[in-house]
Design a protein around this ligand. Sequence first.
Ligand code: FAD
Ligand code: UDP
Length: 376
Amino acid sequence: MYDYLIVGAGYAGSVLAERLARDSGKKVLIVDRRPHLAGNAYDHPDAAGILVHKYGPHIFHTNSKEIFDYLSQFTEWRAFEHRVLALVDGQLLPIPINLDTVNQLYGLDLDSAGLEEFFAKVREPVAHIRTSEDVVVSTVGRDLYEKFFRGYTRKQWGLDPSELSAGVTARIPTRTDRDDRYFGDTYQSMPRHGYTRMFENMLDHENITIQLNTDYRDVKDAVPYREMIYTGPIDEFFDFRFGKLPYRSLEFRHETHDREVFQPRPVVNYPNDFDYTRITEFKYLTGQQHPKTSIVYEYPRAEGDPYYPIPRPQNAELYSQYQALSEDTPGLYFVGRLASYKYYNMDQVVGQALTLYAKIAQKKGGWKNTAAPVPA
Ligand code: FAD
Ligand code: UDP
């Protein structure tokens, strides 16, 4: 008899499996329908022996010491600050927009104070920021919005920024100095031996049984268990009872090139040209030395594996119907990016899973209950 059947061996499922087994001595069966651990963070050596991320670039960043310390039990780290260029008007310019972006784009020589004045002139005041268009035009004005955000967003989401909640483009800061890092978080690192190795270490426990290539629907009636933790798409779990929740998908085109370096930064974004949104060169992320180099193109798709929940009010409303249903089912927990229908980064999913673990442990009483951080 298993105490828990956990569906999905990504961050959400693996953190809960680890905590329940190691901290509470529970017996856990974790299943994933894919042939590997780590969910969308899965990495592996490709045919050339270069470590690549199968489902697109994954860069770890967090402001939470608790989350960083938790994962540090399972990996060493390699410090890595991510940097991105965007191809705009024939030039490769830093994104997030900063002092150099504006000076190079318009041939100006502003300092930070000058850039603040520039933004003050071009920004369009918006009384209530609701959409992803509002966020950008109210900060940097319409021309920069159109050059850097409108085309990229329409391509990535199949929607205009005015149709998406503010949080989508609000992920990208605006800077008036020359800081060209993509993230501003306190901790920015890559697992030294890759994500998959970190997950293997996390799940290496005598109380954890792993079954890959297994849909939970094929085992749920055959295997005895007390409670279930589900980390897949929430609408699928309930057989799309209230209708399908929209997810955005991607097609990944992986290539290896017979030269040492492909592009000048780890990622180059293509907001206005080509069908892909960005190209990632993996050796920058991992620090691997190799005479060849491997890259991945991302082509946004309406159909395919669900990668992104689509943040907009009508989808949040549909999700809340599923959420209400999920809260009505004792002994069943929903956690993670697809089960919560939230555009979460890896660290936020770790935080959400640790918080759920603390709740479960507290409810049962009598277990050793380690403090859980609040999700970032
Ligand atoms: P998942 O990783 O999706 O795991 C869920 C698992 O459940 C999957 O493996 C799935 O196969 C399994 N499953 C579903 N249904 C069933 C079923 N019926 N039976 C059995 N198994 C099932 N975050 C960052 O912090 N930094 C980044 O740079 C970053 N880049 C990203 C780039 C891309 C292209 C994408 C798509 C995401 C990126 N993320 C990034 C987000 C990150 O991938 C997620 O936050 C994280 O992987 C979510 O973990 P999860 O466990 O919730 O879900
Ligand atoms: N975005 C954009 N132009 C860019 C980078 C980002 O318009 O050059 C917008 C776009 O809507 C994108 C969102 O900001 O989907 C979030 O970008 P991020 O790089 O965080 O996306 P992710 O890595 O999650 O795909």
